[in-house]
Design a protein around this ligand. Structure first.
Ligand code: ATP
Length: 453
């Protein structure tokens, strides 16, 4: 069995992006069609599904691009998909092909299938025997990159590429090709029969729940908070379902456990999903547009619930900013409502310029302020009876003898907090593709038997 982690070096790398629209297609489905068309060469390593900066203004959905490697395969191989009833196998190693020939075959498939009529669809396809430097990936997953800079890199790497319309897809394609994983997960995606695309998906939710319970390394399968099957997209795209996880072998088994509509094809991808690669450590004063950051801050204002059930919390690390918790973030937003000034938290989220705020994706409570509250009105030293309140901040008076007491004379005790320390995350349905589930965090709880999702 070849190493599932192998990132082929000596082979021909092909990548494409920006082929879909909100009304159809999916860049990963194009990968299945391209792999099928490239059967004259061998697939080297797994196809790779790479998510890029979730804050780029022109993405239509999840900012995904696909990269794969082909050539003359050698070494062990493994099953990684099925298209049109034919198995797809990936070799561990390979010798390169001629990039221009590979590009021409793949570009024809793209041209026949991309959603050119959508104004926002600007495909790009790149082929090369040398991966672009990995700094391109890190810029594209965290920042905004200019097409001219990318084309400069491609020229230096002797790449060949084709761009359509404004050609922006070349950015995502090149960035996907330049990805060398520090962390990675896998996703097995099943695709629908062409005749069914656009109709309602038939997925047996009980089988999804069973798969979730019987697999140890899959995640984001089912939203227990909203009782929602999370493996199927809502858009009219060719994807039937996608299962994500930390074990490629388990994913292939998990795919077989889903009941309902018969998939027409499937592909196993290596991905950067669930890795938090988009997150950089920043101070509040260093935030800027399109960035996603992790910041250690202190709560400096009482949480405010605004219209729509969203919660705004003023936080500071010396410079202040609003932390926004949106209503669909469910339990995360409810936790934010229970914060108090001087609590110390680490927030992960994306920066928004107007109005200036951080949209919080997840939070870790690292220090909780003790809250002292009144437990009992003062007792009259003459009558031994509990005194009555004169109103907020007005002190107390004994109903029997009229003796007065100040606010400070009331009995106090520590009030139990309505929030626990540690991680707080949104329900599965509100998470971004790059969002790293707490169970994958080094200090999260990896044991799926204890923490779901
Ligand atoms: P998908 O539906 O496949 O999940 P999407 O439709 O949301 O993805 P794309 O169709 O891939 O997104 O469109 C995003 C566009 O933004 C692409 O043209 C891509 O090349 C470009 N892009 C991606 N990341 C960056 C970046 N960091 N800087 C500049 N452009 C980017």
């Amino acid at each position: 069995m070849p190493s599932i982690d192998a990132i082929p070096v000596t082979s021909t790398h092909l990548a494409f992006d920006d082929t879909d629209s909100p009304d159809g297609m999916c860049t990963t489905y194009l990968a299945a069609l391209v792999i099928d068309a490239l059967r004259g060469w061998d697939l080297i390593g797994l196809p790779r599904l790479v998510r890029l900066n979730p804050n780029v203004p022109w993405k239509t959905r999840g900012n995904a691009a696909v990269s794969l490697s082909v050539g003359v395969g050698s070494g062990p191989r493994r099953l990684c998909g099925e298209v049109d009833g034919c198995a797809i196998e990936a070799y561990e190693r390979g010798a390169p092909a001629e990039p221009r020939e590979v590009l021409d075959v793949a570009a024809r498939v793209l041209e026949a299938n991309a959603e050119f009529s959508c104004e926002n669809t600007n495909p790009g396809i790149v082929c090369c025997n040398r991966r672009p430097p990995q700094r391109l990936y890190w810029s594209a997953v965290r920042d905004v990159v200019a097409l001219s800079d990318v084309e400069g890199i491609l020229e230096k790497n002797d790449a060949v590429w084709k761009k359509y319309k404004n050609g922006r897809g070349v950015i995502g394609a090149s960035a996907a090709m330049s990805w060398r994983p520090r962390d990675r997960t896998w996703e097995v995606i099943s695709y629908r029969d062409a005749g069914r695309i656009g109709t309602q998906r038939d997925i047996d939710s009980a089988s999804v729940l069973r798969m979730d319970k019987e697999t140890l390394h899959t995640f984001n399968n089912y939203d227990y908070e909203t009782r929602h099957v999370a493996i199927a997209p809502a858009s009219p795209c060719p994807v039937l379902f996608g299962i994500r996880g930390d074990s490629a072998d388990e994913l292939v088994r998990a795919r077989d456990m889903i009941r309902g509509e018969e998939p027409a094809s499937w592909i196993l991808f290596m991905t950067n999903q669930g890795t938090d690669d988009h997150i950089v450590h920043r101070r509040v004063g260093d935030l800027r547009a399109n960035l996603s950051a992790k910041m250690a801050v202190e709560v400096v204002g009482e949480p405010r619930t605004i219209e729509g059930g969203h919660v705004v919390v003023r936080v500071s690390d010396g410079r202040e900013i609003d932390a926004m918790f949106y209503e669909p973030s469910g339990s995360l937003t409810r936790a934010a409502r229970a914060l108090v000034p001087r609590d110390r938290i680490v927030v992960f989220g994306s920066y928004r310029e107007t109005p200036r705020a951080v949209n919080v994706e997840k939070m870790r409570v690292v220090g909780m302020q003790r809250v002292i509250g009144k437990s009992r009105n003062p007792v009259c030293p003459d009558c031994g009876k509990s005194m009555g309140s004169l109103g907020c901040g007005q002190g107390y008076r004994c109903k029997r003898c009229g003796r007065r007491a100040s606010e400070a004379e009331a009995e106090t005790s520590e009030v139990p907090r309505a929030i626990r320390g540690g991680w707080h995350e949104p329900p599965v349905a509100s998470r971004r593709h790059l969002y790293k589930p707490v169970r994958r965090m080094p200090n999260g709880n990896i044991n799926k038997l204890l923490i779901r999702n």
